[in-house]
Design a protein around this ligand. Structure first.
Ligand code: ADP
Length: 376
């Protein structure tokens, strides 16, 4: 009798040692920063079977956000013990231990201690995931700060260059216009001066974008309506669209609520999006301008049936000076400027694009308070 009890005591002790070794192994693997996220979870799954009473019949699986880390044979398990992995109250996955075939020597497949052990492991997994996610968020925030710093430096530089260029450019434009009025000007010289004028106007547009990018102009905010911005902004493009075989469709929501904005700046954002859309459709297509509202915001979509963009290009869209266009065609400032304007108005830009099919840029802005109160 005494011998039997001693034997049982020894077995129980052996089980405890196995469980503690498992938790110790998990603590060690989780503390290692050189092991990847996936390797850690796979490592934890592999530490589980040896801690159970019948390791050779036991397998384990950890699931997290739809991903799966398991040891061989889990699919064959006939009974499974499971504990949820929850982070801040939300279930994100589970730790499961499976047993294949009946386990002798015990009525229950799983011991009470094993139930506590799996709960402890699920707790460790949740703690590990939370820590890694916090590290990732911190890293992302640091990257954003570094980016903002770079942008600020670029902004100061750009503003300086833009100011310096503005004056000589004004002179070029002014004298070109004067020269055009010169009596008896040969036809060819007249055409050349037209080109000088067109190039200077384009340079002036670039400088305007540079100054906006560097936020040198104080915004003047008043109640504005995106439908008016579209109507006024698009009249400059009608002739150009007709020339290049682009059909314009307007789908403007009736009674669209106002936003509080600098209409000139919003117009610049629209111009930048429309110029891009037209450049994406060199042999014609359809340009759709749509406005809509909902959830306390008003939206303006610029949709084209042009060349579309690869994922790689989409990722870099808002980086200043990123362009895929030839010199003279693009400066890489159109979208960063549009983004800066929209962000300064408390809104955001979303892009949807498919190579060969076209792109949609959506600007969303919060509607004016008065407006939303009127609607209540
Ligand atoms: P830029 O037009 O001067 O190159 P942007 O910042 O306006 O600068 O645009 C950056 C890049 O994004 C473009 O060079 C182009 O590759 C891509 N892009 C922007 N809009 C579109 C669009 N509607 N269709 C296809 N590509 C686009």
């Amino acid at each position: 009798m005494g011998e039997k009890r001693r034997q049982r005591g020894k077995e129980a002790l052996r089980e405890r040692v196995k469980e503690l070794s498992c938790l110790y192994g998990i603590a060690r693997i989780v503390a290692r920063e050189d092991v990847s996220f996936d390797e850690t979870l796979q490592g934890i799954a592999e530490l589980l079977p040896p801690a159970w009473q019948n390791p050779e019949k036991t397998s384990a699986r950890i699931t997290l956000d739809g991903r799966c880390y398991e040891t061989p044979g889990f699919g064959l398990a006939t009974e499974v013990l499971k504990a949820d992995v929850a982070l801040r109250g939300a279930r994100r996955g589970a730790v499961e231990v499976g047993c294949s075939g009946a386990c002798e020597d015990s009525e229950a497949t799983f011991l009470e201690e094993e139930k506590s052990l799996i709960e402890a492991v699920a707790g460790e997994v949740a703690f590990f995931v939370e820590r890694r996610e916090a590290e990732r968020d911190r890293e992302r925030l640091n990257e954003q700060l570094r980016h903002a710093d770079r942008l600020a430096t670029l902004g100061i530089l750009s503003a300086g260059v833009a100011h310096e260029l503005n004056e000589p450019l004004g002179n070029i434009l002014g004298y070109a216009q004067l020269a055009k009025k010169c009596p008896g000007l040969p036809e060819q010289a007249g055409k050349d001066i037209d080109r000088i004028e067109a190039a200077s106007l384009r340079a002036r547009e670039i400088i305007k974008n540079l100054l906006l990018f560097a936020r040198q102009k104080t915004p003047v905010r008043r109640k504005a309506n995106l439908n008016d911005i579209v109507s006024e902004g698009m009249c400059f493009f009608e002739a150009r669209c007709e020339r290049s075989g682009v059909e314009i469709t307007r789908e403007l929501e009736e009674g669209l609520p106002d936003v509080v904005a600098d209409a000139d700046q919003l117009n610049q954002a629209l111009v930048n999006l429309v110029v891009n859309a037209l450049q994406a459709m060199p042999s014609g297509g359809r340009l759709t301008l749509r406005t809509k509202s909902g959830d306390g915001s008003a939206a303006l979509c610029v949709e084209d049936t042009g060349c579309g963009m690869s994922e790689e290009v989409v990722k870099k869209l808002f980086i200043p000076f990123f362009t895929t266009k030839d010199i003279g065609q693009g400066t890489g400032l159109g979208l960063p400027v549009a983004h800066g304007i929209v962000a300064a108005h408390g809104g955001w830009i979303r892009v949807d694009s498919e190579v060969g099919k076209g792109s949609t840029f959506e600007i969303r802005l919060p509607v004016s308070r008065e407006n939303s109160e009127e609607k209540k």
